[in-house]
Each structure stands twice: as C-alpha cells, then as structure tokens.
Design a protein around this ligand. Structure first.
Ligand code: ATP
Length: 208
C-alpha cells in the first residue's frame, strides 16, 4: 500500500486538495476531522479538555471550538501552555486512530491511503510516509481565503501561522509541492498531475 502524507500551512488548500483526491476515488483521512470526531465522541477526552480549559468549552454533543481557539491561540505563555496541553490530550489519540485506519486498509488491500494533517512535520510524522505532498500558496491569498471562510482577524490567522513550521522548511521536506496560487481549475490540474505520477510509481512495499 502506498501511504501518502498531505500537509501545508493554514489556508494553503489542503482540505480542497484532499477533497479532489477523494473525488478521484482515493482514501483520504483528515487529522482535523479525526480530532474533531474524537473531541466530540470520546467522553474521557471531553472530560480532560474541560478540566484543562474549563467546563464552558463543552457544549451539547460537541465542543465550543471558537472558545477553545481563543484560549489556545494567542500571544501569551498561557496560550502556548494550553495549546501544548491540549495537543498532549488529542494528538496521541488521533495518531492511534490513523494507525488503526492504515492497518485496516493494509489488510483490505487498498492501493493508496492519504493522511491529511496540518501538523505532519511538527509532530514528526513524515518518516512514516512513502511520499509527502505539501500544498502552498502566497501568504496574502492564504490570509484572504481563511478570512473569507472563517471571519478570523489578521491577528488570529497570524497567531495560527506562528504555531506552524515556516512554509520554506515544509517545502524543503516535501517530495511534491502543489502550488495553489491560481484558480480552482489550476489546482485541479496540478492535483491530477501529481496523482497520476503517484499512481504510476511502484509501491515501495512491493519492490522486492
Ligand atoms: P486550514 O488549514 O485552515 O484548514 P486548508 O489548508 O485546509 O486550510 P482549504 O480549506 O482547502 O485550506 O482552503 C481555504 C479556503 O480557500 C477554502 O474556503 C477553499 O474553498 C478556498 N480555496 C482553496 N483553494 C482555492 C483556489 N485555488 N481558488 C479559490 N479558492 C480556494
């Protein structure tokens, strides 16, 4: 099975690329979606998060993500400490879930599995993948796209960017870079090109 990591900074277009690959028929798991699922369904995790950030972050059937973002993304050491503690609760469980998903697909004989994760390099996950694809876009476009989608302020987006490894470092570690500075049609073409190459490359496991 070919295991591919898909990453990039906030607003570069990871989710859009992930969806294009899903449409192509590839199996794609998103760390963000998996984290969201764990944070809403796992009572132990919900209790740990409420203990860390206060009971007001719990809402019926889920978590108040805006409130959580306010508490963990910011300038102060307190914000940084909370983010680190939250990551310590959520990340290992997300990783565990991804390992299960990968194992299930290995057994089922799936050809390609993609894990989309904003923090792939930051959590040292890249070694586990056969290839890593990084999505990038000019900073002003990233800012514009994120703001159009979320209504976050410049400062809030910058606070999130600051938590991520700089894009030049991510690009240097990538096997493929998808440039998302153009239209959605341009993106579709780039994704098609890279996906065609990845489909044609030999499966590393089947090499011997
Ligand atoms: P985040 O890290 O915030 O989850 P992301 O990297 O997953 O962001 P997307 O959610 O895919 O990024 O894209 C951000 C926004 O920009 C979305 O609303 C998406 O529809 C839009 N977008 C992405 N690529 C393009 C493009 N080439 N042209 C126009 N809009 C785009």
């Amino acid at each position: 099975m070919k295991l591919i990591g898909l990453t990039g900074g906030i607003g570069t277009g990871k989710t859009t690329v992930a969806n294009m690959l899903r449409e192509r028929g590839w199996v794609v798991y998103s760390s963000d979606e998996t984290a969201r699922e764990i944070m809403t369904t796992n009572d132990e995790v919900r209790e740990e998060i409420a203990e860390l950030l206060g009971p007001e972050v719990l809402v019926e059937g889920g978590l108040n993500r805006e409130k959580i973002a306010e508490l963990v993304f910011g300038e102060t050491q307190e914000h940084a400490d909370r983010l680190e503690a939250l990551d310590r609760i959520v990340h290992p469980r997300v990783l565990e879930r991804h390992m299960e998903q990968i194992e299930e697909h290995e057994e089922a004989g799936t050809a390609i599995v993609v894990i989309e994760s904003a923090l792939l390099f930051e959590v040292g996950l890249e070694e586990g993948f056969d290839w890593v694809v990084v999505v990038d876009a000019p900073n002003d476009l990233r800012m514009e796209r994120v703001q159009a989608r979320s209504g976050l302020t410049d400062q809030q987006v910058q606070a999130r960017m600051k938590e991520q490894l700089p894009m030049p470092e991510k690009r240097a570690m990538a096997d493929f870079v998808v440039e998302n500075g153009g239209s959605l049609e341009d993106l579709e073409r780039s994704v098609h090109k890279i996906a065609t190459i990845l489909e044609a490359l030999p499966d590393p496991e089947a090499a011997d």
